[in-house]
Write a protein that binds this ligand. Sequence first.
Ligand code: NAD
Ligand code: UDP
Length: 313
Amino acid sequence: MKKILVTGGAGFIGSHLCERLLEAGHEVVSLDNYFTGSKKNIVHLMDNPYFEVIRHDVTMPFFIEVDEIYNLACPASPIHYQYNAIKTVKTSVMGAINMLGLAKRIKAKVLQASTSEVYGDPKIHPQTEDYWGHVNPIGERACYDEGKRVAETLFINYHRQNDVRIKIARIFNTYGPRMHPHDGRVVSNFIVQALNGEDITIFGDGQQTRSFQYVDDLVDALLLLMNTEDDFIGPVNLGNPDEFTIMELANKVIELTGSNSQLIFNPLPSDDPMQRQPDISLAKKQLGWEPEIRLEEGLKKTIVYFDQLLSSS
Ligand code: NAD
Ligand code: UDP
């Protein structure tokens, strides 16, 4: 049994990760300031005596004795990370410094939830880990993209200078149950709009692409990554390479929900990446992993979740 800290443990991905770590028999501490996460996501775990819940902000130092740290604390949806851009930079950068300093002191292994956003609006396709990216440092998305890029820099330098055992996961668009209904990301937006019979908001012409990964596949990969040999540190792309236009996603959601919703077209937000698809050769080789859940299957599970959530509220 290991003692494991999950920052952002009450968020969408963090809550699934806490659940899986507890199922595997570990002692888990969730640290969260509930900016975008919610106790509702973890309330079903709170009876477990091996689960501890702490309200804390990762921008402030934190002391605990653990074997492993998963650093997930950071708003991930553009509307939320742009709400307070300075705070988003602080969360990524000071959060990384605090978690790396902690890992250094207590000799814990630490995994960073990085992102495909480090590639920005990519000029090579699909994206491989050796691509340095195409990011606007002063754009609307920079607080998140550059914050996560600096976090990677901090991780690699704590490793080089202080021998901290690190893992860097570059996570591509992930969806599933426990996304917040007003999270603002495309999958949850479209499903909630379709179930409510509201207009489906396509930004731009809907020809931009994303590759959507179901949350269970991601959690499998994060657990495998944390348990790789110490000499494998990443960064490693974790995503589902099946690529869809946003228009295709909208039509798929309408079909699966049987909704009468209409498509409406809103302006494309600035610096919105035009295409995104992970090359997952490295993850296949190093983790022996590839995603198993196809978009249609994952969407069906997510629709069931939101249907129950909306009908109970
Ligand atoms: P989320 O917003 O549901 O979860 C983030 C969690 O971090 C929330 O519980 C939030 O309250 C918490 N948090 C935010 N700021 C904090 C702070 N200063 N101190 C403590 N807690 C704080 O988002 P998610 O989709 O679960 O994302 C989790 C992580 O994965 C993030 O680091 C995100 O950047 C990364 N990621 C997610 C995706 C995706 O598609 N979901 C893609 C790439 C990377
Ligand atoms: N998007 C959209 N309608 C929405 C929300 C998002 O068309 O209601 C588009 C958005 O412009 C982007 C894509 O869907 O091109 C994915 O957006 P999301 O915020 O989910 O993730 P990210 O842009 O960070 O990949």
